[in-house]
Design a protein around this ligand. Structure first.
Ligand code: ADP
Ligand code: MG
Length: 319
């Protein structure tokens, strides 16, 4: 077979392995190597006895193995082919894992940036406005020192503004990292979250906790808490109902959390589309959990609500 015939044949059907003679009628066999390597096709170079330099060069260029034509045996050939196929499969696996890690790193960076933008917006639009209001009222008091009634009004307004500022700052603190999460178990944290969702978004959350799991690892507590917040927030944003349920249980090996609503649901095929380009919440929850050996599964149909199940192994290695 000539070099160009070989390339054309590979285009039609990808071979499991290529035995490449380094001297082909139309081309130097080594020139075809980059093509096969890029296509993850294992290559074994066939050479004559006289050409050790060709072997070295071929191996440097990425060939998996070599065989000397005069010494071919069935066993050696089979062995070389099996090995070459395995090596390429491993290389492909590693490259894919690296790519996944790169995707995840950039997805997490994006998620972090988005969160920072949101926090800075809350600080700017709300907290700063309230503080300016307080500053202005305080200034007005110094101008109205004669008028008792005006002073009284300013003081009342000051109290309201201060209350709002405290509430806003408290919300922000707890949303970022609720202190209860670090001092108590998950059940307490979910009950706290339920109150928070009711106060802030009028969402009633029923917490059904068989256990009050408290991980010795603060990271695991956070890892289990944040997705629940995201899932409940999805109920607020998308489900069109004002109730949801959070169930918590554990067995010997894993902690399992289910977040259920009876809202509008959605077509599960859409889960395939979501990624850094589409809906970001579920994607980043899934990726973050996967990074620590956990899983997110979603059962849903249009009109049939959503049940999201998070399962995370208890012994995690966060090194
Ligand atoms: N509880 C839910 N009820 C109905 N639809 C939902 C629910 N959760 C998610 N979805 C749908 O799945 C999509 C992806 O969700 P998500 O990844 O969290 O992205 P985002 O919330 O930013 O839109 C949402 O846009 C919505 O259409
Ligand atoms: Mg979301």
């Amino acid at each position: 077979m000539t070099g160009s015939e070989a390339v054309a044949a590979c285009g039609l059907q990808k071979p499991a392995c290529v035995l490449l003679d380094y001297r082909l009628p139309d081309i130097d066999g080594l020139q075809l190597l980059p093509y096969f390597i890029a296509a993850y096709i294992p290559v074994i170079i066939l050479t004559g006895e006289e050409s050790p330099s060709v072997i070295v060069l071929a191996m440097q260029l990425g060939a998996q193995d070599y065989l000397v034509k005069g010494q071919l045996s069935q066993v050696a050939l089979e062995h070389a082919i099996t090995n070459a196929i395995e090596k390429v499969a491993m290389r492909r696996d590693i490259e894919q894992k690296n790519q996944q890690l790169r995707d995840l790193a950039s997805a997490l960076t994006l998620a972090e940036q988005r969160e920072r933008r949101r926090i800075s917006q809350v600080l700017h639009d709300h907290v700063q406005q309230l503080l300016y209001g307080i500053q202005m009222r305080a200034h007005l008091i110094t101008l109205d020192t004669e008028d008792q009634r005006a002073i009284q009004e300013h003081v009342e307004a000051l109290e309201l503004l201060t209350q709002d500022a405290i509430r806003m700052a408290r919300n922000l603190t707890v949303e970022l990292s609720p202190p209860i999460l670090h001092n108590e178990g998950l059940a307490a944290a979910f009950r706290w979250l339920a109150n928070h969702m009711a106060d802030t978004y009028s969402l009633t959350v029923v917490v059904d906790a068989e256990t009050d799991y408290h991980s010795p690892s603060e990271d695991l507590q956070v890892l289990l808490f944040q997705p629940v917040r995201e899932l409940l927030f999805n109920v607020v944003k998308h489900a069109g109902v004002s109730e949801a349920e959070v169930a918590l249980h554990e067995d010997e090996n894993q902690v399992v959390i289910q977040v259920t609503d009876h809202g509008c649901g959605f077509d599960p095929a859409r889960l395939q589309e979501t990624g850094p380009g589409g809906g970001f919440g579920l994607y980043s929850v899934r990726e973050r959990l996967a990074l620590f050996g956990g899983q997110l599964s979603i059962e849903t149909q249009p009109g049939a609500g959503v049940r999201a199940t998070i399962a995370v192994p208890k012994c995690l290695n966060f090194d």
